[in-house]
Design a protein around this ligand. Structure first.
Ligand SMILES: [Zn+2]
Length: 332
């Protein structure tokens, strides 16, 4: 009897390269057409899925060929293909145990592949992502500078960002003539003559990058993600991990990548928020809503002029675009 290469005897390194799934089992194995009498199974060596056409399985009397099934190694070392239901019918209690073993091995193989990919890229990826700390600090510094510059303006924007509203509106008083014209138009359209308000909301600007004004701390997010990645790498670097332990460490890495994706979105929001168009719109809205022209913006600088005070200027920091190629590698 030949020494059978049961997949459950493979080391992790061997399992990584093992062929546990094939498209066409006829090309990969020498197959017996039928299960011999009193044959016992040594194990499932591979599953197959042959979409071009169904394959006839080795259960004697099986009338329906199958697209999907398993390559079974018999205790004689020979191979057959058989469907899930037919396998259970022929091999009875052995089947469930060995099918579960096969499922476990395929799961382990997938996890080992993900672990290998992660360990191969993580050192470089984490090194690159450490530089995001500076970016996160720059965004937070810019936010603080803006908040200190005109605190009432920043508080108003933060309140809107928290509500998820981007319309920066002012209340415009309508003159008597306009109110009268609107009431007549309403009556002509068959309206029931509800009291016509003499005020109207007017949108001056649609706030861009609203999340920049929200309360999330980018630095905390980056730190949390980096320590999550370090932790996952340390765990995955340990030998002989169970499937469950690998799964947990890989989930930790995925969650860290999610945090970093969020950081990248907030960085993009900061760029939008600090763009010239947005700042010009903000200034116009603030001046009109306050009925004064205390704020002005030009050449990347905001200036506030208050009575009896020297004009006060804020150079608006420019946020360079964020290179997220390391994150993309981590996510893949
Ligand atoms: Zn069958």
């Amino acid at each position: 009897m030949p020494e059978a290469l049961y997949p459950n005897r493979l080391t992790d390194a061997e399992l990584l390269g093992a062929r546990l799934h094939v498209a066409d089992p006829r090309a990969a194995f020498d197959l017996l057409p039928h299960v011999p009498d009193a044959a016992r199974m040594a194990g499932i060596v591979a599953s197959y899925e042959h979409r071009p056409d169904k394959l006839r399985c080795a259960r004697p009397g099986c009338g329906t060929p199958h697209y999907k099934g398993f390559v079974v190694q018999l205790d004689t070392g020979e191979h057959i293909i058989i469907g899930h239901v037919c396998g259970k019918a022929v091999f009875e209690t052995d089947w469930d145990k060995l099918e579960e073993e096969h499922r476990h091995l395929r799961e382990r193989q997938r996890l080992l592949e993900r672990k290998q990919t992660f360990l191969k890229t993580h050192a470089e990826v984490i090194r690159t992502l450490r530089s995001w700390r500076f970016m996160a600090s720059a965004v937070q510094d810019a936010r603080r500078a803006l908040a200190d510059f005109v605190p009432e303006l920043f508080a108003a924007l933060r309140e809107r960002a928290t509500r998820g509203s981007t319309a920066l509106t002012i209340t415009v008083k309508l003159d008597r003539q306009t109110v009268e014209a609107m009431r007549e138009a309403q009556a002509a359209a068959g309206g029931r003559g509800a009291r016509q308000s003499n005020e109207r909301e007017e949108t001056v600007h649609l706030l861009r990058g609203a999340d920049f004004f929200g309360a999330t701390s980018l630095r905390d997010l980056v730190e949390r993600a980096l320590s999550g990645l370090d932790d996952a790498a340390a765990r995955l670097g340990t030998a002989d991990l169970s499937n469950h332990a690998m799964q947990r460490a890989l989930r930790q890495a995925v969650s860290a990548a999610g945090d970093l994706r969020h950081v990248a979105r907030l960085h993009a929001a900061a760029r939008e928020a600090l763009s010239n168009e947005n700042l010009a719109g903000l200034v116009e809205w603030w001046n009109r809503s306050q009925n004064e022209n205390a704020l002005s913006f030009r050449h990347d600088a905001l200036t506030v002029t208050r009575r009896y005070e020297k004009p006060h200027e804020l150079r608006v920091p420019q946020m360079p675009p964020l290179d997220d190629s390391a994150l993309i590698r981590l996510e893949s």
